[in-house]
Design a protein around this ligand. Structure first.
Ligand code: GSH
Length: 362
């Protein structure tokens, strides 16, 4: 039996669970303890991150994007990558934005508001540290402090960027509300990679954490409905088709990705190329300062460029035009050689993985 190590409130665990359920890939969910997380998972995969998967043959893997690609090869029926190369690339781009850009608002809403931080630190402590002999209040205080420091205060959330961070979420809701009023999933009647990517932040964080969940319920009921529709979706029961091409209502999302995620990936890759450990970036007029440089995100840009270069044939020109019109093409190709040096042997999701921010303490 495949073992999935994670937490029922984790962004990326939720993303992978949604996918495994959709494909009916049977697995045993194992809740991660603090000791597993900082020792066992790191020893087995190279990265202190969840989810991690242990295969019946004893191999371990981590990192949802390459893991989903690997599962897609093993369970080739009902593929989640659209056959149309243009949709497939846009799906990859949306997944990357959901994984890497929406992480900040998700962590901000979870850890900047006491109602949420108290609830979540309690849930994390109860689940991860049942055997740790320390007063419960102290354990909760430590979790709350660690998460807020690393993922909010040290990740560029400040009085100057606070509103911009929150608007990134509310703008996304407005865009997706239109999309899901129009059809059940991003590209049609069944979910594709873009849906599973967005499921990471939208399921375990935005639809469940008290502050963003209230905003979602009040302003974007079709998005709330999509979250549960996806959780309940099974490839074996869905016989839907995909729309052709890229629907008009997704264009505002591409523009948003161009102005936020792609600009951020460029600033990060630029900092990486000169070995700066932190960088500043002005995004949609908001000034982010002292954001930690991430080698993993240099790799993300590298992979996106690689996948873009692979789109040949009749889809190449329409894709290029679309990306150009929505402001994505220039930032996608701005950094000519992102060279993260990561996964040169192409072993991911196996081998020694790296986390988004390396060397975080437990
Ligand atoms: N790129 C990885 C990211 C995984 C990740 O960052 N997971 C979070 C939890 S949702 C984590 O383990 N963070 C490390 C920490 O909290 O120290 C993936 O797609 O699986």
């Amino acid at each position: 039996m495949i073992k999935l190590y994670g937490l029922k409130l984790s962004y990326f665990t939720g993303k992978l669970e949604g996918y495994l359920r959709y494909k009916d890939i049977s697995h045993e969910y194992c809740s991660v303890t603090a000791v597993d997380f900082s020792r066992r998972l790191r020893d087995k995969t190279g990265a202190m991150q969840m989810p991690a998967v242990e295969l019946p043959d004893g191999r371990w893997m981590t990192d949802t994007s390459p893991m989903i690609d690997w599962f897609e090869k093993q369970y080739a029926e009902d593929p989640i990558l659209p056959a149309d190369p243009e949709q497939a690339f846009i799906g990859r781009l949306i997944e990357d934005y959901a994984d890497e850009w929406l992480w900040r608002p998700a962590m901000h809403f979870r850890w900047s508001y006491p109602t949420s931080a108290k609830l979540l630190s309690r849930q994390i402590v109860d689940e991860m540290t049942p055997d740790l002999k320390l007063p419960a209040w102290l354990k909760r205080w430590r979790v709350e402090k660690r998460q807020r420091r690393i993922f909010v205060l040290n990740d560029g959330v400040s009085p100057e960027t606070w509103d911009h961070v929150e608007q990134g979420y509310t703008r996304l809701l407005a865009i997706l509300e239109t999309v899901f009023q129009n059809r059940p999933f991003i590209f049609g009647d069944k979910p594709t990679l873009a849906d599973f990517g967005l499921f990471g932040p939208l399921f375990r964080h935005f639809s469940q954490d008290p502050v963003p969940a209230a905003i979602m319920r009040e302003t974007a009921p079709a998005v709330a409905e999509w979250v549960h529709r996806l959780w309940n979706a099974r490839a074996s029961r869905l016989d839907g088709t995909l729309v052709s091409g890229i629907p008009e209502d997704l264009k505002p999302l591409l523009r948003e990705i161009a102005e936020t995620h792609l600009e951020n990936l460029c600033a990060n890759a630029q900092a990486w190329s000169v070995q700066d450990s932190k960088f500043d970036a002005e995004l949609q007029g908001a000034q982010y300062s002292g954001v930690p440089t991430s080698r993993y995100r240099v790799w993300c840009l590298e992979k996106l460029q690689e996948r873009f270069a692979e789109v040949n044939g009749p889809s190449a020109n329409p894709l290029k035009q679309l990306l150009e019109q929505q402001g994505c093409l220039e930032p996608l190709l701005r950094i000519t050689n992102p060279a993260s040096g990561y996964d040169k042997e192409r072993e991911a999701p196996f081998g020694r993985s790296i986390a988004v921010y390396e060397n975080l303490e437990a």
